[in-house]
Design a protein around this ligand. Sequence first.
Ligand code: SF4
Length: 113
Amino acid sequence: METICICCPIGCRLKVEKIDGEIVVTGNSCPRGKDYGISEFTFPKRVLTTSLVFPNVTYTLKTTTALPKERVKEALKEIKKIGYKECNIGDVLIKNIINSDADVVVTGKIENA
Ligand code: SF4
């Protein structure tokens, strides 16, 4: 597979292959890229960022840790079920979303005009 390392702004183009049972990463300029390539090849994960928009306020949200990439849509569906409630930055809206180790926290609050 080919992917771009997102660990720093350089964005090295990685090639990740399994050769003789070993995962080989090329194209990386540092060890972080090798680790990222192996992680993307074996168990891709993503930190989820999104927002909830209500008539008077918009909350920006983020998971505290990365979720399995294939379960991000499932997590988004859970988040979209949240009804309006008064929140502040740092509040936890959902603990252990989709039975992962991640909590969903409020990272921003914007009063709508
Ligand atoms: S491999 Fe290293 S230098 Fe290249 S994008 Fe990743 S972290 Fe940055």
